[in-house]
Design a protein around this ligand. Structure first.
Ligand SMILES: *Cc1c(COP(=O)(O)O)cnc(C)c1O
Length: 364
């Protein structure tokens, strides 16, 4: 089989997504399935939609367009502020976008008017992580302005934590978002439909049994695809952490010294040369590198250790593992960084394992 390849198990993705949809429904929270790590895969999108997610979210209009062209039928939200150069594409293909700049919303409004469509706006609020968001004390003015724009529907507010600075969602910042939702409602006499509290990093907070207040939506990518929460990278109880795995092929396997010899200067990617002399080791090379994935985000099978990587070579110590020979395949688990890089690398094949229930249906 072709290598390297991502093996995507739709049954496990379905299990992860439906488990989270169900658990969060218990707190009155809907799930937006975030597809940005999947390069607009229509199979993954359709799988998420079968679990009862309220819609799909992606940070790139290209991915949303790919899903539209594949006839994925869902409410689609662009979860990164639109580029001014893309407003026409955004109103044509996304139902809602996350926004922080009045000028962008003004141009979305005129694009929507030209296209004879209504475009939904969720305003992102800065609550401390210092990525996207309007400062809380400027929010009211922004709402006042956008309510005047034609062909724009104010849908609600959201925030994003834990991505840039690692700020954890907690009772305090989530309560602040609830208070803001209430205050917009009383100031403007309208209903804030969407109060989107954050991403996979919000799960610990949401499922801890606290009062979730006005928060009624989370946008989940990593937790669904990798079964992990991103604050401490711990597996989430009851979810699969191997729904997507990366398979690479061995191209060299030798017993070699653990220490290089000769005059040592810089390596191709500035990595340190190995420190401890461990005598001779079983060293294998896999035909995968930085062009295909983030080698630091790979988890090797038990007994195997990743020693280093260059553009096209991943070097592992397999001394405590079964003997490897050229042609053998090795399966790795991935973190989010490795997943995104592999998904977007043209050198990595994507092999989707169809859901068992779909196979059964097509056999009968
Ligand atoms: C990527 C992203 C998400 C999803 O994050 P996960 O950690 O993968 O759940 C949610 N919201 C925004 C704004 C994002 O950029």
């Amino acid at each position: 089989m072709t290598a390297p390849r991502l093996e995507i198990d739709l049954d496990k993705i379905y299990h992860n997504a439906s488990t989270l949809v169900e658990r969060l429904a218990g707190c009155g929270i809907t799930v937006t399935g975030v597809t940005k790590a999947t390069l607009g895969s229509s199979e993954i999108a359709e799988t998420l939609l079968r679990t009862g997610v309220s819609g799909l979210g992606d940070s790139r209009i290209d991915n949303i367009e790919a899903m539209r062209h594949a006839d994925v039928s869902a409410q689609m939200t662009l979860i990164r502020s639109p580029m001014l150069s893309q407003v026409d594409r955004v109103v044509a293909h996304a139902d809602v976008s996350f926004n922080t700049e009045l000028e962008v919303i003004r141009q979305l409004s005129s694009a929507a008017r030209n296209a004879n469509r209504t475009h939904g706006i969720v305003l992102m609020v800065e609550l401390g992580d210092l990525r996207e968001g309007i400062m809380p004390d400027e929010l009211e003015n922004t709402v006042r302005e956008i309510l005047r724009f034609p062909n724009i529907a104010f849908k609600g507010i959201g925030t994003n934590l834990a991505c840039r600075s690692g700020v954890s969602p907690d009772a305090h910042n989530m309560a602040e978002l609830s208070v803001i939702a209430d205050s917009i409602e009383s100031t403007f006499g309208l209903t804030v439909d969407i109060v989107s509290g954050g991403n996979s990093a919000n799960l610990n907070w949401a499922l801890s049994g606290v009062d979730t207040g006005r928060i009624n939506n989370l946008r989940l990518g990593e937790a669904i695809l990798l079964g992990c929460e991103p604050l401490h990278r711990q597996p989430i109880d009851g979810l699969h952490t191997d729904a997507i795995t990366l398979v690479a092929e061995v191209i060299e396997s030798k017993v070699k010294p653990s220490q290089p010899w000769g005059v040592i200067a810089q390596t191709a990617f500035g990595e340190e040369a190995p420190a401890a002399d461990r005598g001779h080791i079983s060293q294998s090379i896999l035909a995968i590198g930085r062009q295909d994935t983030d080698p630091c985000g790979l988890q090797s099978p038990p007994g195997m250790k990743i020693l280093g990587a260059s553009s096209d070579h991943l070097i592992v110590d397999s001394t405590s593992h079964d003997q490897l020979t050229a042609g053998d395949e090795v399966t790795f688990q991935l973190n989010y960084s490795a997943l995104v890089r592999s998904m977007t690398s043209p050198f990595v094949a994507k092999v989707v394992e169809l859901p068992i229930n779909l196979l059964r249906r097509s056999e009968s």
